[in-house]
Design a protein around this ligand. Structure first.
Ligand SMILES: O=C(CO)[C@H](O)[C@H](O)COP(=O)(O)O
Length: 157
């Protein structure tokens, strides 16, 4: 699996730890930055680039997911979700990590680096990556409703 990773200063150390962990596990990680710690950097461009790469890979038939870190993960999730085709989920425990994939087919996970130990962070992301989308009709239908609004402004009941 290719994993696109982005952060800001708040998740800088965790992002490097995650990339080492996932690479060791055999994943192909792409680091979208930042390349060095800067306490004043801004997360949107890093997260948007990672989100764009996830969509581009998926459209090309490459199995890919994204991870965005911040202090809370809130803004990072918001930024990633501005990219058409991205379903970014803010995850804070094992259940939300699994449900993001099972019910929402999320292709980007947002994690608050200041909210979790590094062990928790790795576990949340491992769970997210390992959990498949259920494929159930009701979940597929709802995801398609989101996409129709996102791509064409159509509201479907
Ligand atoms: O989580 C975040 C956005 O949702 C950022 O990481 C957080 O706002 C950064 O805070 P600061 O600039 O005070 O270090």
């Amino acid at each position: 699996m290719r994993i696109h990773v982005a952060t800001d200063h708040a998740g800088f150390e965790y992002s490097k730890e995650l990339i080492a962990h996932l690479t060791e596990a055999g994943h192909d990680c792409v680091d979208h930055g930042p390349t060095e710690y800067d306490a004043l950097d801004d997360y949107p461009s890093f997260c948007i680039r990672a989100a764009q790469a996830v969509v581009a890979d998926q459209q090309a038939g490459v199995m890919a997911l994204g991870v965005v870190f911040g202090g809370s993960g809130n803004g990072e999730q918001m930024a990633a979700n501005k990219v058409e085709g991205v379903r970014a989920a803010l995850v804070w425990n094992e259940a939300t990590a699994a449900l993001a994939r099972e019910h929402n087919d999320a292709n980007v996970i947002a994690v608050g680096a200041r909210q979790h130990s590094s062990e928790e962070m790795l576990q949340l992301i491992d769970t997210f990556i390992a959990t498949p989308f259920s494929g159930e009709e009701r979940h597929t239908r709802r995801i398609q409703q989101i996409f129709r609004f996102e791509s064409a402004g159509e509201l479907v009941d």
